[in-house]
Ligand binder design. Structure first.
Ligand code: Q0Z
Length: 287
């Protein structure tokens, strides 16, 4: 880092530093988590892939909603961002039935208060995408909440605006991804409020860490779908009889290489930019 910056927060695989009162530095590492455990082995360039994808989608969606990005740094993994008042909800949208959405549907026939048709299968495409907000749990897992609970947290006007923007962003990006053979099954967005009171898209956006990416090739409802990016890691971990608690296993070189290739393939398919070009000039994703 070229400027003095104090550490503000750590995520599983990212760090935030304060640059000044108005600006944050988000740094995305090459760490990878699986089954909620951060593994001791890194995936080289994963942080650059995620940062480049976020910057690409911020640029592509600027006409839908303003975003927090000020500058993408030359290292390709750090971004300077406007510091916002973050909404206390995760804005999740689901186009397909997976993860906690599938679990909730099986138990109740609903997801976050959306009653769904009977007889849906795991991974099935929903009749239309649904907004399924969640609380930001300080520890452990985010909890899905219904409209009333989210309105309690952010107010009705903000809720409606966040829902509308989240659905519009999802429709746009999922459509673009599908043209390139990637199903965006669901995604989590975070919004902040700027000093003028406007909603601003923040955090990371439409990365494989904040979304479910599935290969469209071979998509088949009725079972869980392979992850576009992490499936080699999951499959390898399943061969070990590991109990999915810390510490996680080291990854062998072939699993690291295969996983790195999948991240880069997703980056290149979605952005249309050669990853080598991104490394040489990160601004290439913002053209
Ligand atoms: C995002 C998070 C990470 C740990 C705070 N523009 C913003 N303004 C204010 N706050 C945030 C942002 Cl992005 C903000 N997080 C999530 C990110 C590491 C936690 F990189 N927390």
């Amino acid at each position: 880092m070229s400027e003095t910056a104090s550490h503000v927060a750590s995520g599983k695989v990212r760090e935030i530093y304060a640059l000044d009162d108005e600006r944050l530095l988000l740094v995305t590492s090459d760490r990878i988590s699986t089954f909620d455990v951060v593994l001791p082995t890194e995936i080289p360039d994963k942080g650059r892939v995620l940062t480049g994808l976020s910057a690409f989608w911020f640029a592509q969606t600027e006409s839908i909603v303003p975003n927090h990005l000020i500058a993408l740094r030359e290292d390709g993994r750090s971004t300077e961002c406007r510091r916002l008042e973050m909404l206390p909800i995760e804005c999740v949208v689901r186009g397909y039935l997976a993860g906690s959405g599938w679990k909730d549907y099986l138990a109740t026939g609903e997801v976050c208060g959306h009653r769904l048709p009977e007889g849906l299968s795991e991974s099935e495409r929903l009749p239309e995408p649904i907004f399924t907000p969640a609380t930001k749990a300080q520890t452990g897992h985010d909890e899905n909440i219904d409209r009333a609970a989210a309105v309690e947290l952010v107010g009705e006007e903000r809720f409606d605006e966040a829902e509308r923007l989240t659905l519009e962003l999802y429709s746009y990006v999922a459509g673009r991804a599908l043209e390139h053979g990637i199903i965006l099954a669901d995604t989590k967005l975070e919004f902040g409020v700027d000093p003028e009171g406007r909603l601003v898209l923040a955090d990371e956006a439409f990365t494989p860490d904040s979304s479910r990416f599935w290969p469209a090739d071979g998509y088949e409802p009725g079972t869980s779908q392979p992850s576009y990016d992490k499936q080699f890691v999951r499959d390898y971990c399943e061969t070990l009889g590991w109990d999915k608690t810390y510490p996680g296993p080291e990854l062998p070189a072939d699993v690291v290489d295969g996983t790195r290739a999948r991240y880069i393939e997703a980056f290149e398919r979605l952005t249309g930019v050669d990853f080598a070009e991104y490394l040489a000039d990160p601004a290439s994703v913002q053209a």
